[in-house]
Design a protein around this ligand. Structure first.
Ligand SMILES: CN(C)C(=N)NCCC[C@H](N)C(=O)O
Length: 264
C-alpha cells in the first residue's frame, strides 16, 4: 500500500488547519488555545482520508496518483473512493470531534459572570472524563451520525475537486496551482454545504450524554429538532462552515498535490 498519500494528507491537513485557525477560534474559543491537539488529531484524520481515498482508487482502477492525469478514473470510481475514505476517517475522527464539540459547548456559560467553572479543563481532561463517566463507548457517541455525514459528502468533495480540475486543464496535463486552489476551495464548500444538516444532528447527539436530552437515534434527533425549531435548524453554521471551507481546502489540496509531485 503506497504511504506517500497518507503522509501528504497529514501535512496538507495540518497546513489547512493552520489556515482555518481564525475561523475555528471564532467557533470554538477554548479548543484552539493550543495547536498541538488539533494538529495531532485533524491532521491524522486528513491523512486517513487522503490515504484511503488514493489507495481505494488504486484498487479500483489500477492507476497510481501520477498515472491518473493521463488515465482519469471515472466519476463513479472517484465517488466510491471518496465515500470509502469518508467512512473510515469518520471512525478516527469520532472521539476527537466529540471532544471538540463538548469543549465548544462549554464556552458560553464560561462567558457569563458568576457562572460555575467549566466542566472540562482541556482536551485530555475532557477525554478522560468522558471515558470515566460514559465508558469507552461514550468516546464514540455520535459516530454513526458522523459516518452518515462524512460518507457521501467526501464522495462529493473529491468529485467536485476532480471535475473542476479536469474541466480547466488540457488533456493529460497537471492542473495549474490556481486551478488546484479554486477546485480545492469549491470542493470544501460543496462538501460542507451538503454536510451541514447532518453536522447539526451529529453535534446534538454528541451533547446528549451531557445534557440528559437523550435521543433514540439519528432519525429521532432529526424529527424532534425539526419539530421544535423548524427546518432552519439544519442550516445552522452554514455561513461560517462555507467561509472556512474555501481557504482551508484550497491550501489542503495545493499542498497535497505539491508534495506528491515532489516525491514522484
Ligand atoms: C464534513 N466535511 C464536509 C468535511 N470534512 N469535508 C472535507 C473537508 C475536510 C477539511 N479538513 C475541512 O475541515 O474542511
Amino acid at each position: 500500500m503506497p504511504v506517500e498519500e497518507f503522509v501528504a494528507g497529514w501535512i496538507s491537513g495540518a497546513l489547512g488547519l493552520v489556515l482555518g485557525y481564525p475561523f475555528d477560534t471564532v467557533k470554538l474559543l477554548g479548543f484552539f488555545k493550543g495547536m498541538s491537539f488539533p494538529i495531532a488529531s485533524i491532521a491524522v484524520v486528513n491523512s486517513v482520508l487522503f490515504g484511503i481515498y488514493s489507495n481505494t482508487l488504486l484498487a479500483l482502477t489500477a492507476t497510481s496518483h501520477q498515472e491518473r492525469r493521463a488515465q482519469p478514473p471515472s466519476y463513479a470510481h472517484i465517488f466510491m473512493a471518496g465515500c470509502t475514505g469518508g467512512f473510515l476517517q469518520a471512525y478516527f475522527l469520532a472521539p476527537f470531534d466529540l471532544i471538540k464539540v463538548r469543549l465548544q459547548n462549554q464556552t458560553e456559560p464560561r462567558a457569563k459572570p458568576g457562572s460555575p467553572p467549566p466542566r472540562y479543563r482541556g482536551p485530555v481532561h475532557c477525554a478522560a472524563s468522558i471515558f470515566q463517566e460514559e465508558g469507552p463507548r461514550g468516546l464514540f457517541r455520535g459516530a454513526w451520525a458522523l459516518t452518515l455525514r462524512d460518507t457521501p459528502t467526501m464522495g462529493i468533495y473529491f468529485i467536485t475537486y476532480e471535475c473542476l480540475c479536469h474541466q480547466s486543464t488540457p488533456e493529460g496535463q497537471n492542473p495549474s496551482s490556481a486551478t488546484v486552489l479554486v477546485a480545492g476551495g469549491f470542493a470544501g464548500i460543496t462538501s460542507w454545504v451538503t454536510a451541514t444538516p447532518l453536522d447539526v444532528i451529529k453535534s446534538r447527539m454528541q451533547m446528549a450524554g451531557l445534557n440528559q436530552r437523550a435521543h433514540r437515534g439519528v432519525l429521532d434527533c432529526i424529527v424532534s429538532s425539526a419539530r421544535q425549531e423548524g427546518l432552519g435548524v439544519f442550516f445552522r453554521g452554514l455561513t461560517i462552515n462555507s467561509a472556512r471551507a474555501f481557504p482551508v481546502n484550497a491550501v489542503t489540496f495545493l499542498s497535497y498535490e505539491y508534495l506528491l509531485h515532489l516525491w514522484q
